[in-house]
Design a protein around this ligand. Structure first.
Ligand SMILES: [Zn+2]
Ligand SMILES: [Zn+2]
Length: 638
């Protein structure tokens, strides 16, 4: 940047004899050619400013530079100075000074966590400084320098539960970082908490119902995040979970060692399956609980003993499992099975969004019309190439989450069977009353009640239409939290007001929300994409399909058993064909212009396509039938 500024006429103002100091941060980065370039750049800068090297105080700062003896020649070279003019300043750690009297009563864990301690009217610095717990905390940190929060809190508060103790120490560290004897002093205990996290590296299932740390119940067993051959708490053996990437069906993933007679949880690494095919032992296999309907596969059965991790004979009380070579739900090859490992960018974006939501909102009155109620989160990346993508990636994840939260919060509740029956009975009663009623105004009122009842019944049994739903969503207070990069470019910070905020809300309601909302539902997501539909939070249905009848000509053409089956399941069959057309993008918002706007920011045509039985014209017209029997899974039905 400096190089660039030296050449630009408009940056002339920066260069003159006023230059007093120059700071090179992260100085350990300057070695080899880069160091030579920086040295020459600094010389050019001084020349441009009309100054000599002795006129300017030059700093090089770093936390990771070599031995102090090497620093003087390094700095002299880097700054084109005499070695005698270089001073090395080494930072020294200083233990915080605390008051020597310890006479403040010790707070309870609950007092700290709830914010009841210390009392608002007392002086924070002296109250903390006179508490034994704070003195011990300072001592522990001084000895350890870096320590895991869990270890620190277990040592300081051994009698509290681990979660409570961590929470209390986290709050206490926050208090210590803000308590100062004087505004210009360092805080009582300068500290920083680093939260390191990554997405689960696979899941491990244990065949029992014992609750463990971070575990959840699944299929009658307990699942823990991560790849664990043995449970750290119960020492029992588990197996990894894998998922069919075509349909989402879940299987167990194990390493079979025939020599040792063991089955162990397989690591969630990309496998070289061909090499694996050849290998006899150890070998990775997929397993499932045998189903009665699993078409008489002649696959191997294994009985797994979770207490020893070994294969045992049938009837010895283990878990009976059957090897799986193809997905029994969609027939995909086992090569399509993947471990549960989310991408690191997804985890990062969700962490950022969660951290922002957890921050307290801005305390001022204007927070009501600021995005995220005035919360601010600084996000940065060490790598330049990922930094360039970080902003757009965070923004798009933010919008996705806001829109999905809107949809899920604003969706209609599925009514209980009892309520539906009550509404149906009411419909009959109202109809009977209307039949026998002669008074004109009462009849009118009854007719209105019948309409209202019908509408409610309809909503509770078949759901709402997209248009109705959109009207409900527009009223949500989350709407203005949607970010639109183009529109936001026009916002002026100095002129921001409640009116501007409402104008922005109106823009999102009318221009952004319809496309985003319909886009979320129109296209059917492919497995294993994370979307409202694949997660089971929303169901897209096709009203009226149940009234369609299977054509008799088709039934007559089929063997009787198949024909009857198709007749009974015709609506579901047509729905699955429609689902697959939605996956291919042969669906419209009902307006060419909206379709085009949705496609605008994509590198391909996502929706608004047409379909015909056999013809296709890339990319706007797709064929319902694939070119040959293997080309499309719809061919299995047609
Ligand atoms: Zn640094
Ligand atoms: Zn499958």
């Amino acid at each position: 940047m400096l190089e660039y500024m030296l050449c630009r006429p408009q940056d002339n103002v920066f260069f003159g004899t006023n230059l007093r100091t120059l700071v090179l941060d992260e100085a350990h980065l300057y070695t080899g050619v880069l160091a030579a370039e920086i040295t020459l750049l600094q010389r050019r800068l001084l020349l441009r400013c009309g100054l000599g090297s002795s006129d300017v105080l030059q700093f090089a700062t770093s936390a990771t530079l070599g031995h102090p003896d090497d620093l003087i020649p390094f700095a002299a070279k880097l700054f084109s100075k005499e070695a005698a003019d270089v001073r090395v300043i080494i930072g020294e750690q200083k233990k915080p000074d605390l008051p020597t009297t310890i006479d403040a009563p010790s707070p309870t864990v609950d007092d700290i966590c709830s914010g009841r301690w210390p009392l608002k009217e007392t002086d924070l610095f002296s109250t903390l400084g006179k508490t034994q717990l704070v003195h011990t905390l300072v001592d522990r940190l001084w000895e350890a320098k870096r320590v895991r929060l869990a270890d620190l809190s277990a040592g300081l508060l051994p009698n509290a539960s681990s979660e409570k103790a961590e929470e209390a120490i986290r709050v206490l560290l926050g208090l210590c970082a803000s308590a100062r004897a004087d505004a210009s002093d360092l805080p009582l205990l300068p500290n920083r908490i680093h939260f390191l996290f990554r997405g689960a590296q696979g899941f491990t299932v244990f065949f029992d119902t014992v609750k463990r740390r971070n575990s959840f119940a699944w299929g009658g067993w307990t699942v823990m995040p991560g790849h664990l051959e043995r449970c750290p708490e119960t020492e029992r053996y588990g197996l990894s979970l894998a998922r069919c990437s075509e349909c989402g069906e879940v299987f167990f993933h194990a390493v079979l060692d025939k020599d040792k007679g063991t089955l162990t949880a397989a690591p969630p690494l990309p496998r070289d399956s061909e090499e694996d095919e050849e290998r006899e032992t150890p070998k990775e296999i997929f397993l499932a609980i045998p189903k009665e309907t699993s078409d008489g596969q002649s696959c191997m059965e294994y009985v797994f003993d979770p207490t020893t991790g070994r294969r045992v004979g049938a009837g010895s009380g283990g878990v009976t499992l059957r090897e799986v070579v193809r997905c029994w739900h969609c027939n995909a090859d086992k090569r399509a099975f993947r471990a549960f490992v989310p991408s690191s960018s997804l985890v990062r974006n969700i962490a950022a969004e969660t951290a922002l939501a957890e921050l307290p909102p801005k305390a001022d009155a204007d927070a009501a019309w600021l995005p995220a109620r005035g919360r601010r989160l600084l996000a940065f990346s060490d790598s330049r190439s990922s930094a360039a993508k970080l902003g757009p990636s965070l923004a798009s994840q933010h919008n996705l989450q806001i829109i999905r939260a809107l949809i899920v919060k604003g969706s209609l509740d599925v009514a209980s069977q009892k309520l539906v029956e009550r509404l149906r009975k009411e419909a009959v009663d109202l109809e009977n009353e209307l039949q026998s009623e002669t008074d004109a105004t009462t009849r009118e009122w009854l007719k209105q009640q019948i309409k209202k009842n019908e509408k409610e019944l309809n909503q509770y049994t078949t759901g709402g239409s997209v248009a109705e739903w959109l009207e409900t969503l527009k009223r949500s207070s989350l709407v203005p939290e949607v970010f639109d990069a183009e529109e936001s470019g026009k916002h002026k910070c100095a002129e921001w007001s409640q009116r501007e905020w409402e104008k922005h809300a109106g823009f999102i309601q009318e221009k952004v929300l319809p496309i985003r909302f319909m886009g979320e539902l129109a296209l059917r997501p492919r497995w294993p994409q994370t979307a409202l539909e694949t997660l089971g939070l929303v169901e897209v249905v096709y009203p009226g399909l149940e009234k369609l009848l299977c054509p008799d000509a088709l039934v007559g053409f089929l063997p009787p058993m198949l024909g009857d089956f198709l007749k009974a399941n015709w609506a579901a069959f047509v729905a699955s064909i429609l689902d697959s057309l939605r996956t291919d993008g042969a669906v419209t918002f009902g307006d060419d212009k909206l379709d085009r706007r949705y496609n605008d920011d994509k590198a391909y045509i996502a929706l608004g396509k047409w379909f015909s039985l056999e013809d296709s014209y890339d990319p706007l017209l797709i064929a319902l039938k694939g070119k040959d029997s293997k080309r499309h899974r719809r061919n299995s039905f047609l």
